[in-house]
Design a protein around this ligand. Structure first.
Ligand code: 13P
Length: 251
């Protein structure tokens, strides 16, 4: 049994208006001290809601994160948001290298690594995402794709405090499909060995999240897989009943 405390992180993606702050409040209120003793929880809303949620009077132990940042701390980058700005709003973590950023915005490993550095410089935790496409899984190249993404996206300064790795198979995101537990175990074991090889005991202590169609009904099975230390949840993090259901399944 791992001594790493699990983290259930919700990624709201491009969803969430001020009216949805009530849903966040319901999550925060349901995240009891009993649940919080067994798992940490975080919601990553769109930029527009970070300050409001991070400063919400009912927030309690429910942490707030962001979904992306620019690699620079400030400057002439119209429309972009820096890690320092996100920290200034009260967030404590930033997702970088999500597959939707990699695919929609052509973000490569080198840029993801620069963003992770920027997250650390702002004093926050980087949640660095990796994951293979359906074609890569079918072609049998999953582990080499993951190795390349880890090697290119996780900078050498990574520690168990400043970095969390999320394995999200692209084909499992938003599809209702999940890999078998043996497949999840294979990839997470591979990620753990890679991190230990590069960061020794920091790699042993780093949190590894699984993401891709995690729901209350499959969370406990997925969270029992060795080297799975929590989940990065998309659709099921939008409703308090689902998000709390996942937290209860894990705790
Ligand atoms: P779903 O849980 O909706 O499959 O999304 C997963 C994800 O991309 C979280 O970052």
């Amino acid at each position: 049994m791992s001594s790493i405390k699990p983290l259930i992180a919700g990624n709201w993606k491009m969803n969430g208006l001020r009216a949805d702050m009530d849903e966040f409040a319901a999550m925060a209120q349901g995240f009891s001290s009993e649940l919080a003793s067994k798992a940490d929880a975080m919601i990553c809303p769109p930029f527009t809601l970070i300050a409001a949620l991070a400063n919400h009077p009912d927030r309690g132990a429910l942490a707030v994160g962001a979904q992306d940042c620019h690699p620079a701390a400030s400057g002439a980058h119209t429309g972009d948001i820096s890690a320092a700005m996100i920290a200034d709003c009260g967030a404590t973590a930033i997702i970088v290298g999500h597959s939707e950023r990699r695919h929609d915005h052509d973000e490569g490993d080198a840029l993801v690594a620069e963003k992770a550095q920027a997250v650390w410089e702002a004093g926050l935790t980087a949640i660095i995402c990796v994951g293979e496409t359906e074609a890569e899984r079918r072609g049998g190249t999953t582990l080499s794709v993951i190795e390349q993404q880890l090697a290119g996206s996780v900078p050498l300064g990574a520690t168990s405090r400043n970095t969390i790795i999320a394995y999200e198979p692209v084909w499992a995101i938003g599809t209702g499909l999940t890999p078998g537990t043996d497949d999840v175990a294979e990839v997470h074991g591979f990620v753990r060995s890679f991190l230990e090889g590069r960061f020794s005991e920091e790699g042993t202590a780093m949190r590894l999240l699984y993401g891709g169609s995690v729901k209350p009904g499959n969370a406990s099975e997925l969270m029992l897989v060795p080297d799975v230390n929590g989940a990065l949840v998309g659709g099921a993090s939008l409703k308090a009943t689902d998000f709390l259901g996942i937290l209860r399944a894990v705790s």
